[in-house]
Design a protein around this ligand. Sequence first.
Ligand SMILES: CC(C)(COP(=O)(O)OP(=O)(O)OC[C@H]1O[C@@H](n2cnc3c(N)ncnc32)[C@H](O)[C@@H]1OP(=O)(O)O)[C@@H](O)C(=O)NCCC(=O)NCCS
Length: 184
Amino acid sequence: MIVRGNYALRRYRKEAVMSNNLFVAPYTPEQRETCAGLFQKVYNMPPFAFAWLDGEKAKSYFWDLESIPNSLSFILMDGSMAVGACMGQKEEHFQNPGYKINEFFIEPEHQHLGLGAYFINELENKLHELGVKTMYLFTQRNMYSFDFYLKNNFIVNDGTVHMAKVIRQEPTVVYTRTFVNSED
Ligand SMILES: CC(C)(COP(=O)(O)OP(=O)(O)OC[C@H]1O[C@@H](n2cnc3c(N)ncnc32)[C@H](O)[C@@H]1OP(=O)(O)O)[C@@H](O)C(=O)NCCC(=O)NCCS
């Protein structure tokens, strides 16, 4: 794990990683297990520490993500090792084709080395070739990834509000009725 604040170490790691063979490859279902494993590693750690996220849940989530119509996902490779993934979908139904990012993450020991920025930039080039005009995602203002996206020139759409409604835990019985067979 990178020790934040240890700038000499971070700089050393950054140069070491950036000199390696980084490239972006298309995601295929054969990489589901690897990517789900990375995802689980990222979100089992602080600040998330999702104790409920086990290997099976992660794999079934990735199956869902790759089954979305027009799903278009990518893996960030460092040589033969997957170090990040972007799970998304191309959306044709707007005025201009867009790309919705559903999950974007970098393997914890490779974070803060510039790989996230490199990945976004490579995605942008690939999506541009496919005629995509915008990439977008949901995140939370109080999450550190918010700063990361701002730093990578994502802009906040103030006109959009994400809304949710909690489904009642217990079904509410509005009224009951006894059906009486008129022949009885
Ligand atoms: C967010 C994430 C994709 C960024 O990738 P990365 O490779 O670490 O990012 P980069 O090294 O290119 O850029 C890092 C910069 O982004 C911001 N940033 C990223 N993580 C940060 C953190 N934990 N705390 C503060 N700022 C952070 C900072 O500006 C940082 O600059 P610095 O390294 O000089 O401090 C990666 O940290 C990650 O996978 N996080 C966990 C999963 C996640 O939150 N995904 C997004 C969900 S919407």
